[in-house]
Design a protein around this ligand. Structure first.
Ligand code: HSE
Length: 406
């Protein structure tokens, strides 16, 4: 018997209990022993819930119970969740989590603690929801030098962008719906401002490079500036707008990591990833591209990934299976030196001035500009971000918005 404690009986925590309960037979068949939820830690009581008798309010009960070998941290946040995780690992109890904020902030330390105490800190659900991505990178793509990872890693924003594009839906209404469906973070700012994708990017990049990647150093931009006008322009050009996580490992070992909305062609494999789905394209130097697709958010898909980690812990008692990454910090490429093409939107009255600033008067045809209503959109030539920013600074409010081309 493997005894488990679940910390936090919210969307994901209750999902983990449900998955372990509903798939009990399949799971015990694969694990070789029964997995039982002995405690559910929460501040609240849950009268009438089938598991109400397991609800406790004191973490020490769990910590001091020598028969608890796995703890699922589904509380979220970096306060109590961090303290409880550390204490559990130091007591030799494995911890499985969906908490990307905690993994991105303290993963290096928690992985080291798990190794030191011969247990595991597993966080499959923290990136890509239900997609088995981290385990695949660590256990299956072992013969590869991973060169790039390009992904749609946030279900909420992909859902919002899809509805805005396909149904011309109002941003606020769609966000509300995403929250009702249990996709969004407690504070949806983390989704729409790109912080959630940034944390997932830091985790993926750390795994790919084997070094610590500081989320705070990743260039991050959300979707709040993307308008219907941008979708109009994109659709006229056969392009899609997606919030992407772009990770590239350069030949010199430096790491490029960016989170931002990008324009991509309809032929790009990630262009068809819609609604709450996530898609991740991993490029290895031998394999080439391989793509992962699945539900990136939601109760049961996320819980399924946490439960799979519990099974991994049960199968590997006393053995650390997650290599993770070292304390050495990855060196990031300065994004200002990066060359990109941009789509720029401006009002029609200053279209000529803005276009000329980027093309010097000779490239109007190359800019592929389109006038619609009172607005004008065009592409810039490839240029370094610092040059682009400098021009935009000079043009001031004439530039209404801009999006990078992938
Ligand atoms: N808010 C997150 C998302 C949840 O929408 O992807 C899953 O990490």
């Amino acid at each position: 018997m493997v005894n488990v404690a679940v910390l936090g009986y919210g969307t994901v925590g209750s999902g983990v209990v449900e998955v372990l309960g509903r798939n009990r037979e399949q799971i015990s068949g694969k694990t070789g022993e029964e997995i039982q939820v002995r405690y559910i830690l929460d501040l609240r009581d849950f009268p009438g819930d089938p598991y109400e008798d397991r609800v406790v309010h004191d973490f020490n009960l769990i910590l001091e119970d020598a028969e608890i070998s796995v703890v699922c941290e589904t509380m979220g946040g970096v306060g109590a969740a961090y303290q409880f995780t550390k204490q559990a690992l130091m007591a030799g109890k494995s911890v499985c989590t969906s908490n990307k904020e905690l993994v991105a902030m303290h993963g290096t330390e928690l992985l080291a603690l798990a190794a030191e105490h011969h247990c595991n800190y597993l966080f499959e659900a923290s990136v890509g929801g239900g997609i088995p991505l981290l385990r695949t990178i660590q256990n299956s793509l072992t013969a590869e030098r991973i060169q790039a990872v390009t992904g749609i890693l946030n279900g909420t924003t992909n859902y919002i962008l899809t509805k805005m594009e396909k149904e011309h839906a109002d941003y606020g209404e769609v966000l509300k719906k995403a929250q009702e469906l249990g996709y969004a973070e407690r504070n949806p700012e983390a989704d729409v401002e790109g912080h959630d994708t940034c944390r997932k990017t830091a985790i993926l990049a750390s795994l790919v490079t084997g070094k610590t990647v500081d989320a705070a150093k990743i260039e991050t931009e959300g979707i709040t500036g993307v308008t219907q006008a941008d979708f109009d322009f994109a659709s006229k050009k056969g392009l899609r707008i997606k919030l992407l996580s772009v990770i590239k490992v350069e030949e010199d070992g430096k790491l490029l990591a960016v989170v931002a909305p990008f324009l991509l062609t309809e032929e790009h494999p990630l262009a068809v990833v819609e609604d709450v789905f996530n898609g991740v394209l991993v490029t290895g130097n031998m394999l080439g591209d391989t793509m992962f697709y699945g539900r990136g958010a939601g109760k049961l898909p996320t819980a399924s990934a946490v439960a799979a980690d519990v099974i991994d812990c049960a199968r590997n008692r006393g053995r650390t299976v997650m290599e993770g990454w070292s304390r050495e910090e990855a060196e990031l490429v300065d994004i200002k030196e990066l060359k990109s093409r941009f789509y720029v939107r401006t009002s029609s009255d200053c279209a000529e001035t803005v276009e000329e600033a980027f093309w010097g008067g000779e490239g109007a045809a190359a800019s592929e500009g389109i006038l619609w209503g009172k607005e004008y959109g065009f592409f810039t030539p490839a240029m370094k971000e610092k040059e682009f920013d400098e021009k935009c600074r000079k043009l001031g409010e004439m530039v209404l918005s801009r999006i990078r081309l992938l």
